[in-house]
Design a protein around this ligand. Sequence first.
Ligand code: MN
Length: 240
Amino acid sequence: MAGGDLPVLIVGDVHGDIERLFAALKPYPADDWRTIFLGDLVDYGAFGVGCLRYARDRQNSEVLLGNHEAAMLWALRDATRIGFWISIGGQRHDLDELRRDEPLQQWLRGRPALIGLPDRTLLQHCGNDRYLDLVSAVGPDLVPTINQRVRDLLETGGEPALWDVLSGPNIFATQPARLDRWLELTGSRRVVFGHTPHRGATPLRYHDGKAINFDGGLSRAHRMHLRGSPLAASVGPLTD
Ligand SMILES: [Mn+2]
C-alpha cells in the first residue's frame, strides 16, 4: 500500500467535501506520491463515507484516525451517541452507509493514530500530546505501542476513551516545551497534524517548522471554513 520511496503528500481534514478533495489532489497523481490523510474525512460535508472509501482505495495511501471517525464509530456501536455525533456534524446517511459496509468498518477500526516517517517526521490528527494518556508507560516503542492501544480500544468498545484523547485542543503552537518533549519521546524531529483550521494560505509552520498544521479548512461545510480558503492550505507535499 505505502510507497516508501515516493515523495510524501499530506492531506488535512477533508470533512466530507469530496469535490474540493478531488480538486486538491488533481496535481498529485496517486502513483507518484505517498499520500497520507491526517484524519477527519467525515462529518460536516455530505460525502464523508465517500471520502473514506476514496482514501482507502487510493494507491500508496494511508489514513490516520481523527476524532470525527472515533465519534462516528461510537455512534455506530451505541445508538444513544447518534444525537451527539450529529451535533458535531454527523450525516445520518453516512452512518447508514457505514452500517451496511462491514469491511469499511473493519478497515476504519484498524487505522493508526500515529505514523512515523523515515525522515523522523511524525504524522497525527491532533496537534497535541494527549496520545500519551493512552499508555501506562513511555518506552522506546511509543508510536507502535500507542497504535496498538488505539486498535485495542476500537475493537473493545473503547471509543469513549479515544474520543476524550482525540477531541482536545491543538497545543503545539502555544506550548513549545510540550512540543519538544513529545518530539523527544517519539524520537521525532517534527510533527505534522490537522484537527483545527489555521488561517494561512499554505500549511502553517510553528517553531521553525517543528510543528506544521495542514488543516486549512478545506470543507465548505465546516463551521470554520474560510471563504476562499485555498486548496494548498490543506493539501500539499511535505517539504523540508
Ligand atoms: Mn479533528
